[in-house]
Design a protein around this ligand. Sequence first.
Ligand code: ASP
Length: 328
Amino acid sequence: MNNTVTKPANIAAIAIHGGAGTILRSAMNTAQEQAYHDALNEILGAGQKILADGGSALDAVACAVSMLEDCPLFNAGKGAVYTHAGTHELDAAIMDGATLDAGAVAMVEHVRNPILAARAVMENSEHIMLVGAGAEAFVAQHGVELVEPEYFHTEARHAQWLRARDKEGMLLLDHDATSQAAEIAPIDPDDKFGTVGAVAIDMHGNLAAATSTGGITNKRVGRVGDSPLIGAGCYANNRTVAVSATGTGEAFMRTVAAYDISARMEYAGQSLKEAAEQVVMDLLPRYKGRGGLIAIDAQGNVVLPFNTEGMYRGFAKVGETAVTAIYK
Ligand code: ASP
C-alpha cells in the first residue's frame, strides 16, 4: 500500500535530536553550548538542503542521522557509550512513512554508520531487523563501511564507563558532567540519555524517521533498547506522524511510545501536540520513563517535547532559519 498524499511544496521540514537528560545549564560553558548549537545547525542545514532540492524525507533523515553518528558529541556511531564489558554495541532503525518499509540493526560492533546499515536492511532484504555478526556481514555486502571497534572510542565515554562500572549496578545514560569528561556536555552522571534521531516531511508529503544509539553506558552485553524497535523508538506513517525518541528505552518499549502517538492521532483523533504531550508528560512517567521525542505530522507540524531538564534538539522548515535549543 502506498500512503503518499500530495502536499504543497512549502510543507518540507526536518527535526533532529541528540539526546535528552539533566543537561545542567550551570555546568555548561559558552563554548560547549556553542559546539552543540553549531553541530545541530550544520546537520539541519544539510537536511534542509536535501528537502529544498526536492529530495526525499528518507534521504534527509538518513543524512542527518549519519552526520549525528559521525559527531563525537553525541552517543551514536563515533562517541557511542561502552557496555559493561568495555565494548560498543550499536542499534539503529529507519522507517519510510510512504510505504511503511522499515529496517533496523542491533548489537552491531563494526558498523561506522548504523543508520546506513538499517537502510541497507530495509532496501536489500526481506527482513526488518538483523542483529550482530549476521547484520554486519549482510550490510558489508551492500557497501556499508565496517570499522575496527577502536573507531568508536572516545576518552570521555571511556572515563564515564569506568566510573559507571565502579559504581556497581549503575547504568549511566550517556554524557556526564565530571571533570574527566570535560569535553562532553555537563550533565548529571545518573541522568543523561543519548541517542540521536531525525524526522522529516518532504515536499511530496512523505514522512520518514530515523533513530541511532550506543544505548546506555555500562549496559549489559546483549541489551537492546527502544531505538531500533519499530514503534518504540522510531515510527513513520504518512497517515499520521514520524517520531524519533530518546530516553529510558525500557519504558518506551513498554508503552510502544512512538506508535502510541500515531495510534492516538489515527484512532482517537488527537492532534500531534495533544498526543505527544500525553505520551511524554503523562504515559511515560507512569512507567518511570524519562526522555523526549521529536515528531512531525502529515501537515508539517513539528513538536519536540521532553520530560527532562533538557534535550539537544532543532528543527528547520525549508526556506526558513533553523532553530536549535538545549534547555527547557
Ligand atoms: N533510548 C536509548 C536506549 O534505551 C537510550 C537513549 O536514548 O539515550 O538504548
